[in-house]
Ligand binder design. Structure first.
Ligand code: 9WO
Length: 239
């Protein structure tokens, strides 16, 4: 039996976990023991009688900042120093599927959720925290972002998804957006399913789907399209 993937979430709202994850595939996987989740209540590491975790920013300005000593003590309480320690922040590097894949292949992750205007910069530096963003928008705290990271990782853990879905991750087609999907009824409110999909020509269906993916990616995501073209050309050169 291999040791299961381990997530530790540091937050002042531990009751937000597993949250939406508990109701999804990740929740089933949690019950099945494919991964392990623990929360650390940052407030438990405050040392004054009011359990203060935040204070006013030096230099003035609105809002409050999480104290470095409190966050540091909370991080000290976490076992397993071989896991990456990630701070969820809109300032972070954007999360990609390749980072998700690497995280899922590792022993787990420690996820630090900030509130207020964020955490004192010195603890980010001192701990060498990996700053990660799940998108270019500001939330009221890192917790929903942590749940997104966990959802993305857990579905890749061995045994969590059925075999069908795990295969589609391979090759340069990773850089493409998904082709459109259709199911019954074959005609719905005057809209027919593309004829090719009911033709039974598997090779032509595969080509049609690739073409749809390519067109959509070209139109919507020039960044992904450039990477796809580059990878495809490199692959063509090697063959
Ligand atoms: C608050 C704020 C107030 C005025 C002007 C600028 C401001 N920025 C922030 C801010 O970034 N607050 C964060 C709230 C502090 C860290 C935790 N919070 C958070 C994390 N919001 N959004 C995220 C997040 C994390 C990962 N991916 C996307 C968003």
């Amino acid at each position: 039996m291999v040791k299961s993937w381990r997530a530790t979430v540091l937050t002042i709202f531990p009751e937000m976990f597993p949250g939406m994850l508990g109701r999804s595939l990740a929740g089933k996987a949690l019950e099945a023991g494919h991964w392990h989740l623990e929360t650390v209540d940052i407030r438990d590491f405050a040392r004054d009688k009011h359990a203060t975790v935040d204070d006013a920013p030096f230099g003035g300005g609105p809002g409050m900042v999480m104290r470095p000593d409190v966050v540091d003590a909370a991080l000290d309480s976490v076992e397993g120093t071989n896991r990456p320690v990630i701070y969820l922040t809109p300032r972070g590097r954007l999360l990609t599927q390749s980072r998700v894949r690497a995280l899922a292949e590792g022993p787990g992750a420690v996820l630090l959720c900030g509130r207020y205007e964020g955490i004192d910069h010195r603890v980010i530096e001192a701990r060498g925290l990996e700053e990660v963003s799940v998108g270019d928008y500001v939330l009221s705290g890192g917790e929903p972002a942590a749940e997104i990271v966990l959802d993305a990782c857990v579905r890749l853990l061995p045994g969590v998804l059925g075999s069908a879905a795990s295969l589609d991750e391979e090759s340069f087609e990773r850089d493409l957006l998904e082709y459109p999907h259709f199911t019954r009824p074959q005609e719905w409110e005057g809209r027919a399913v593309p004829e090719i999909l009911v033709s039974g020509h598997h090779e032509r269906i595969r080509a049609w789907r690739l073409e749809q993916s390519e067109q959509l990616t070209r139109e919507r995501r020039p960044d992904l399209w450039a990477r796809y073209v580059a990878r495809r050309e490199k692959k063509d050169l090697m063959s």
